[in-house]
Design a protein around this ligand. Sequence first.
Ligand SMILES: [Zn+2]
Length: 223
Amino acid sequence: MHFPQQLIDGYRAFLTGRLRTEQDRYRELAQSGQSPEVMVIGCCDSRCSPEVIFNARPGELFVVRNIANLVPPYAPDARAHGVSAALEFGVIALKVKHIVVLGHAQCGGVRAFAEDAEPLTPGDFIGNWMKLMAPAAEKLGPRGNRSSSDYLTLLEQANVALSLDNLMTFPRLRAMVERGEVKLHGAYFGVATGQLSVREHATGKFTQVADDDYARLFGHPRF
Ligand SMILES: [Zn+2]
């Protein structure tokens, strides 16, 4: 068998750990179906699993992930739209109450866009996908004398804002947001630090949450 041993080992740990404690919940969810209240749109990056960051139990998060946590604008054509299909299912069928766009630091997709990297594949799927980010970069303006790392952070966060804007191009979702039935949120995970920031809707500013616990657990010693 060529199935990765790492996955079999992980599954064994799941059997003795999480499945043991969550077995009733899994059975219940199998019978009643899932009804998560939160949908997360995150990046494929292996360091940014929403279930891990939010310590989610089975059935709690409805997750769609793609390169650089992008939401393409509403485009009702005959092409296959993965994010739009997931959105439709989350909003219409599951009736999620919150949609969180989760960006992150050191995003390879954002960096590739910023550095205008050569396409990684002959089919240029990534290049075409990353073009969706162009309005975020335009809004942010030229790099100027910002350091590369400061610029990338701003671009990663502008990209979250762009995905939130694009969510509002879906007419039915927009109406639900305007009626207060669905709430949209932006968040940003610092991979190196483990800090989580949430976007304030009015100002667009990202502010660290649970900073008291973070400081207590990971702050520098006082002496
Ligand atoms: Zn990423």
